[in-house]
Design a protein around this ligand. Sequence first.
Ligand code: BGC
Ligand code: NOJ
Length: 804
Amino acid sequence: MRYGFFDDKAKEYVITTPHTPLPWINYLGSEEFFGLISNTLGGYCFYRDAKLQRLLRYRYNNVPRDTGGRFYYIKERGRQAWAPGFKPCETPLDSYECRHGLGYTRFLAKKDGLESSLTCFVPIGETCEIHDLTIKNTANVKKDVLVYGCMEFCLWNAVDDSQNFQRNLNIAESEVEPGVIYHKTEYRERRDHYAYYASVSETAGFDADRDTFLGREGDWSDPQMVRNESSGNYYRVGWYPIGCHRLEVALEPGESKRLTFILGYAKNPRDKKFIAPGVIRKDTAKRVIGQFSDPAAVDAAFEALAGYWDGLLAKFSVESGDETLNRMVNVWHQCMVTFNMSRSASFYETGTGRGMGFRDSCQDLYGFVHIVPDRARERIIDIASIQFEDGSTYHQYQPLTKRGNNDIGGGFSDDPLWLVGAVCAYVKETGDFTILDVPTPFNNVPGTEVPLMEHLRRCVRFTVEHLGPHKLPLMGRADWNDCLNLNCFSEEPGESFQTFGPSEGPVAESVFVAALFVKYAGEYAGLCETVGLDDEAKAVRGQVETMERTILSEGWDGKWFLRAYDAFGAKVGSSENDEGKIYIEPQGFCALAGVGVSEGYALQALDSVRENLLGEYGAELLAPCYTRYHVELGEISSYPPGFKENGSVFCHNNPWVIIGETVLGRGNYAFDLYRRICPAFFEDKSEIHETEPYCMPQTVTGRATGEPGHAKNSWLTGTASWVFVAVSQAILGIQPDYNGLRIKPCLPDSINGLTVTRVFRGAKYIIRIKRTGTASLSADGVSSENFEVPVKPAGTVTEVECTI
Ligand code: BGC
Ligand code: NOJ
């Protein structure tokens, strides 16, 4: 069943019913101010940090679900109130549409001869949301309409806000001016920022106290003030601060009125916080409100946002005969949201928990470096700066301070190697070798700076210096699969698998990290060759070859690659095991890295994936799933069979298999797996899949659950970036390299030809790929034996003809 459709021309997903299986959300904002917005207007916004500087309150576990966010009520006098996004009133609408676009969401509703259009977006360069509401009278009688806009403020720190009631119910403070409510809790002491909610049109009343507005026993679906068609006009200190405006709009038949609301964040210089005792300085809010009082300025900001997105998306687009492929690659797979959010704020990540993950941020970068190379450069230096001198690293850092975060510890054996991948991806994309010279500290300690290249060297060295009994890399705390905790042995409920136990043991080893090493130490060697460090390149190549041989001798199980050796030296992911006989990660990554390709092992491994792990919704992480808790394996066996790391389709690792299939030249299998995990291809099963059809989820229940196909944790997952890499570089085969663009498509039989438009280092390449049975490549008529198009001057356009 579908709940909407793609509008490709508008680059929107159009949701046609509020009754989606889960809230289907979108993101607003592109710089410092961000909002999450669901198809029923739920969600919240924040300035830079979703935990510490949150503007709106949101209750994740609420019943009914997704109540909270931006409350709008429309009420014709004497009639029942309704909401332009269906919630919170839930009054049935005559028609409803939610259009999630790039950086904005628009709600279109009709009810009893009234039509509303509400567009929410964050203007570029501003720290506010605009809620641009137009109401039209489509009836042939005059209508007197009341409009309420209401925001429930969070007391800034979202964790404290949900816990510390003995304090919180005494601290709320606001200031009220006609048409504007300023939320200034804690401003009297250490904060220098405030929030404001404004109506640029004349208001007829306000509320600043939640209980007055709702009524003591009230709820958001039917506030007392709305029911009574009035306002409390009441402000008090403490309790629950809100910003609510009542507007009265008289509409002649056919007449429409545009009402703009602004929800913003503003900050003052510390020494200029007050303009009179207790009165906050409001210059910023007044400037913004003044500016957007002009509807032309709202239109211009909306157009600027569209222009901004067009600029980002212009870097890569494809026209193939497959419209789902086109729309996903051209719009929805592009990874700005994971760049902006990392794993912090979604409908599954509360914004209060996790900082920026080292490995997550590195891998995310593979997918967006072509879109925002400058910001990728800055991100790389931030990430590398939390590394320790021995090459290991904190696992996370805090986005506001950019400091390593000790709460989640370190010692994850894979982390450093992803940094090599990130830097190589950046240099290949940009040709900017100067990044390798940037003085970069260890653990952010001033005075410890060394060139970034030295950080990479230590990333590689870390693995080589931490090998176990089979000469495979030690597992450490965990590797990419942070639920495979081989040194943890946790017996106490609630203990964190991520930090309990030693961060490294001398025995447990990871075959997956061995494959990761082959790939990224190999990349490092290539980088060394490119910058003329030939001796080092040779030495590292030697280490890579040794590792490859070790995988083939110590990491091969007969039909697939082993996953690991545990702390007792026993095999994990072997046919000898009763449960967890085969894991997906080493199969995909070995093939991707070229391990065992010439020996036929990679082919056999990927065949085993198809045979043992492949289901309708993708390839599962392991099989058979663990049915009981294995203390020697850790969190992986804490999940019921078929959930999360215990054998769900954990989408992130499927693109590794997709890429691996293209290494083997199996375009059909690659594309088949892509179609199984990408929900746009099975939109008509949305009632099963449940999360948004326009973005990737992290996990989809596996067959062992008995209810396969239910997705969770959409949007913020490493899958987003890896799927873009798999499709753009492996299937379509457009691979940025140090000296140019390498073109190596591996298409399914269903696609005979396509055109990719790629902007690379400022030059445009129009690449036409045709299936003829003979492989050839020419750029502007000059043929290329090695399938590489050299870098062209910025501003030029090159026509590339590629046959396969
Ligand atoms: C989840 C992982 C996640 C880890 C760290 C585990 O419970 O299953 O997917 O990476 O927690 O937050
Ligand atoms: C999600 C985490 O964000 C990521 O770092 C990890 O690799 C996967 N879970 C797999 O466990």
